[in-house]
Design a protein around this ligand. Structure first.
Ligand code: PEP
Length: 251
């Protein structure tokens, strides 16, 4: 099955309002050249302005996080329904930085996935092993557990709205990228396991993005791997020229 490539830019806690608008404006000027899906994940506080900048654009928008609670007295949190109400399409869930620094574990991530889907958001569920696990040769078991933790028991429609991002933690922000054979091996394994958990059809339809020091000079070879359907890009999404080169590499 042919899956359309997808390149997503996770801006993390970077840029200021002017920088966010300028980056969105520059990317938007090139959408005529895009033949893959592209989404941006600015900070919450810039979502409305970036959305305004991208009005009628092909570029999709998402949030970097959402609350595990539906509504109520959770000072500082942002709910799935709030994000849906301002027209967000995607949301990142399970990014390793939140797992590590904000102690987000299985129960919280499952609640977030359920709420995202309930309110019509499309989650990008991030999984990936730390270096110590890979060194022990347990990376497949580790991502299998992360999949089973949170991806079980969805309906066919629900699971079809989820994208997986395989992001080995040792590659995120380190400049060390997975080799094409490491990436392909893991993406193929994830797809096979989705087939075991759901069906071959769902596994073949699901887009699995690679994340971890993906740059203009390595994007093409990664995206040529048969089970790599695009990338979740951190650092390189903050420079228009780099991000555009990665988008170009995906088509
Ligand atoms: C990420 O944080 O999702 C990521 C892939 O970061 P980087 O591209 O900077 O490694």
């Amino acid at each position: 099955m042919k899956r359309k490539k997808f390149v997503a830019g996770n801006w993390k806690m970077n840029l200021d309002l002017e920088g966010a608008k300028a980056l969105a404006t520059e990317l938007n000027a090139h959408t005529g050249e895009f033949h893959c899906d592209v989404a941006l994940f600015p900070s919450y506080v810039f979502l409305a302005e970036v959305q305004h900048t991208l009005k009628h654009s092909k570029i999709r928008l998402g949030a970097q996080n959402l609350s595990y609670s539906e509504n109520g007295a959770y000072t500082g949190e942002v709910s799935a329904s709030m994000l849906a109400s301002i027209g967000m399409e995607y949301v990142l869930i399970g990014h390793s930085e939140r797992r590590e620094y904000l102690n987000e574990e299985r129960d919280v991530l499952c609640l977030k996935l359920r709420l995202a889907l309930k309110y019509g958001l499309k989650p990008i569920y991030c999984i990936g092993e730390p270096a110590s696990v890979r060194n022990e040769g347990l990376h497949k078991e580790f991502v299998r557990d992360q999949m089973e933790d949170c991806l079980s028991d969805f309906t066919t429609e629900e699971i079809s709205n989820i994208t997986i991002a395989y992001e080995p933690i040792w590659a995120i922000g380190t400049g060390v990228t997975a080799t094409t054979s490491q990436a392909q091996e893991m993406h193929e394994y994830i797809r096979q396991h989705l087939g075991d958990m759901y069906s071959e059809e769902i596994a073949q339809r699901m887009r699995i993005l690679y994340g971890g020091s993906c740059k203009p000079d390595n994007a093409k070879e990664l995206f040529l791997c048969p089970d790599v359907d695009g990338g979740l890009i951190g650092g390189a999404s903050l420079k228009a020229a780099d991000f555009l080169a990665i988008i170009e590499a995906a088509q």
